[in-house]
Write a protein that binds this ligand. Structure first.
Ligand code: AMP
Ligand code: ZN
Length: 112
């Protein structure tokens, strides 16, 4: 997708601290971390948000969660939170679907 930062990272056109890459999923460290561990898990396919998910993407969505779990295990995280901001009102600022993996500090509930 033109001018999408996460498509550019997936294509190797924008640098990122990549922690995982598979044919359909990439994960890299958030450039403005909100916790000691803050990783974004991103489908290579450009989906705008959860609102854009179709039946054909259901398996891919599962892979995002499974990838987050694998990264958490590999990094030895003892507890973590997965977040998908959907829509500007919910705090989405990059319109290429991504899962935030947050860990390494106390995470409050309800979130802000
Ligand atoms: P959201 O606000 O849920 O859309 O999350 C977007 C996240 O992407 C924010 O936490 C940003 O800090 C992060 N971000 C934006 N551009 C980059 C980039 N080039 N590399 C890594 N993380 C980024
Ligand atoms: Zn994109």
């Amino acid at each position: 997708m033109n001018n999408c930062p996460f498509c550019k990272i997936a294509a190797g056109e924008l640098p990122a601290a990549i922690v995982h890459r598979s044919p359909d999923v990439i994960a890299f460290r958030d450039i403005h971390p909100q916790a000691p561990t803050h990783i974004l898990i991103v489908p290579i396919k450009h989906l705008v948000s959860v609102d854009d998910v179709q039946a054909e993407d259901v398996q891919l969505m599962g892979r995002l969660i499974a990838t987050a779990k694998d990264i958490a295990r590999d990094l030895g995280l003892r507890g973590y939170r997965l977040v998908i901001n959907t829509g500007r009102e919910a705090g989405q600022s990059v319109f290429h679907l991504h899962v935030h993996l947050l860990s390494g500090r106390a995470l409050h509930w309800p979130p802000g």
